[in-house]
Design a protein around this ligand. Structure first.
Ligand code: TXA
Ligand code: MG
Length: 359
């Protein structure tokens, strides 16, 4: 299904934000779909209660219908309209991290949102974004906004309005340009079960932050698919989205992790091998190693000890590799502390599991 209300996609520039929010809110209120900035990545929003609007989101993205959407609210109080109950640990998390890049999976109240939003599950994922444009848009539209990342399925999430234009121009009603997003990676998705906080998708709120907020409760990372026979502790349904290959650049990608000095040698070696095979090669490097590399493109992802800078720029760099016709990408790994966990998760997905670890 190809649908667009006007046949064209209106883009409101940063200077037009105020009128843009008003006009976009009016479009949302009658079932249109609008891309808007959040503190993580751009989202493609539609009224979560309106099945036709939600169908337009899935159609514009080419998203499989069994992958549920996150509902975005302007205020914490609105969550009780959508969900059956909120337990003590969940309250603590909302108090600590909303507005902000944390998504909670909660038992959905029957009929509160379209069944397409939840993909038929008995839970709904909810968050209150910490971006002024997002919150004003939700408020003015009067709709809880179902909003996946505003990319075509399988492409890196958009962190700038021009990325949304690249992927969705002509397929959605409008785009509110709010400049580059801050975090650059998606929200952390969690589910609380039996008092334990399960991270279904690592993201903008780190495991360390979660642990600090919930004190004695356990914070666990849900096992990745290849380890699904692991029978320890409570069985937690994984996020349906994690089974899909995401964030894939067009070229092949190899991730190299481990000891820093030796790592430089291997990165260059792999880049040279790909070059010999006739590939156009890019290296994603930490600032410290930039000057030692030679390739068609060498991108600076920021200092090794500042992973949030690499997180901020990763998706834009992957898109740039595509634009410049890069056929092979060698990426350096970062430490998995803090936001580094989410960064490494996305790098691994982009690399489709191709990783060399140096002992
Ligand atoms: O930062 C973000 O979360 C961005 C911005 C726009 O808010 N949104 C985003 O949405 O990343 P999306 O659709 O690209 O990813 C949503 C993830 C998917 O992995 C999906 O499977 C999971 O959340 N999810 C949604 N509803 C769920 C549910 N009821 N149970 C488990 N996982 C759920
Ligand atoms: Mg996405």
């Amino acid at each position: 299904m190809e649908y667009n209300m006007t046949g064209t996609t209106k883009v409101w520039s940063v200077e037009q934000t105020q009128t843009g929010i008003q006009e976009a809110a009016a479009v949302l209120a009658v079932g249109g779909v609008i891309a808007f900035p959040t503190e993580t990545v751009y989202g493609l929003g539609g009224d979560a209660r309106n099945t036709e609007a939600v169908e337009r989101i899935f159609a514009a993205k080419g998203r499989p219908s069994d992958n549920p959407l996150i509902v975005h609210l302007a205020d914490r109080e609105e969550v009780y309209v959508l969900v059956e109950q909120v337990n003590e640990v969940e309250e603590m998390l909302m108090e600590a991290f909303w507005p902000g890049p944390l998504t909670l999976v909660l038992p959905v109240r029957a009929g509160a949102v379209s069944e397409l939003v939840t993909a038929g599950l008995d839970t709904v994922a909810v968050r209150v974004p910490a971006h002024e444009i997002a919150r004003a848009l939700i408020q003015q539209s009067g709709c809880p906004l179902a909003a996946p990342s505003a990319n075509r399925s399988g492409r890196p999430s958009p962190t700038q309005a021009k990325h949304v234009v690249e992927d969705l121009d002509g397929r959605i009603d409008g785009i509110l340009d709010g400049g580059a997003t801050g975090v650059g990676l998606e929200s952390t998705v969690v589910r609380v079960l039996a008092g334990e906080v399960h991270i279904l998708r690592p993201g903008g709120i780190t495991r360390e932050q979660l642990q600090q907020a919930v004190g004695s409760s356990r914070v666990a990372l849900v096992r990745t698919p290849e380890k699904k026979d692991n029978k320890e502790q409570v069985q937690v349904p994984r996020s349906p989205g994690v089974k899909y290959t995401h964030y894939a650049p067009k070229g092949e990608m190899l991730l190299i992790t481990g000891k820093q000095e030796k790592l430089k040698v291997i990165v260059q070696e792999k880049a040279d091998e790909a070059k010999k095979r006739g590939c156009r090669v890019a290296i994603l490097s930490c600032s410290e190693h930039i000057s030692s590399y030679q390739a068609d493109e060498v991108f600076d992802c920021g200092p090794y000890n500042v992973p949030h800078q690499a997180a901020h720029s990763l998706y834009a760099l992957l898109r740039e590799c595509d634009e410049r016709g890069v056929e092979f990408i060698v990426a350096e790994g970062y430490s998995e502390d803090g936001i580094g966990a989410a960064l490494m998760n996305r790098l691994r997905k982009a690399a489709g599991g191709h990783e060399i670890t140096i002992e």
